[in-house]
Design a protein around this ligand. Structure first.
Ligand code: IMP
Length: 181
């Protein structure tokens, strides 16, 4: 399948994703049995994963979709990122961030710092995919769907240049490995 300039091939089937999401849901049901967490799915990439994960949870919970906005700082430090769309007090709440994919972990680190500064009770992360870099850096993620290598993926909410979010399965870019290049 070709999207823009890149060729993609099937990577994770719809049924494998469904099974994994059910497994993650089971863990969260168990761990948050006596709590009422607030899910914060990070738009846009996590919309499909968040919907499937949250649909059918047995626990009492709230959901609030948020977005990360990048704005140019006034200093030469470059791009600063901030969470937008939080419409309720998160003070003393148990938060579960819902991410599509964690690569360097920098986005996640910023989000966690920001949430912690709001006086949250606890902050945990559930991500569908984790790339090798995040794994090697030991980014703290409690619930992980799939560990993958340094490959570019799309589908099931994830995009390439805005395209491909609608796909039911996860695809990966068919690029030569560094050794082959
Ligand atoms: P990080 O800050 O490097 O962890 O980047 C995380 C964000 O980059 C994710 O939430 C995605 O929006 C985007 N991203 C990283 N890798 C991919 C990929 O393989 N496909 C699509 N988006 C990606």
């Amino acid at each position: 399948m070709k999207i823009q300039d890149l060729e993609f091939k099937k990577f994770i089937s719809e049924s494998t994703v469904t099974e994994k999401v059910a497994e993650l849901r089971k863990h969260i049901n168990h761990d948050y049995k006596k709590k009422t967490p607030v899910f914060l799915p990070i738009l846009n990439g996590s919309f499909m994963f968040a919907a499937d994960l949250i649909k059918g949870l047995d626990i009492s919970c709230q959901v609030s979709f948020v977005k990360i906005s990048s704005y140019q700082g006034t200093q030469s430090t470059g791009q600063l990122k901030t969470l937008i769309g939080i419409e309720q007090s998160l003070f003393n709440q148990d938060i579960i961030i819902v991410e599509d994919i964690v690569d360097t972990g920098l986005t996640l680190q910023k989000i966690i710092e920001e949430l912690t500064s709001l006086g949250t009770k606890s902050v945990e992360v559930v991500t569908l995919l984790r790339k090798k870099t995040a794994r090697e850096k030991g980014v703290a993620i409690k619930y992980i769907g799939f560990d993958i290598d340094e490959e570019f993926v799309l589908g099931y909410g994830l995009d390439y240049d805005g395209l491909g979010r609608n796909l039911k399965e996860i695809y990966k870019a068919d690029m030569p490995t560094p050794e082959e290049a």
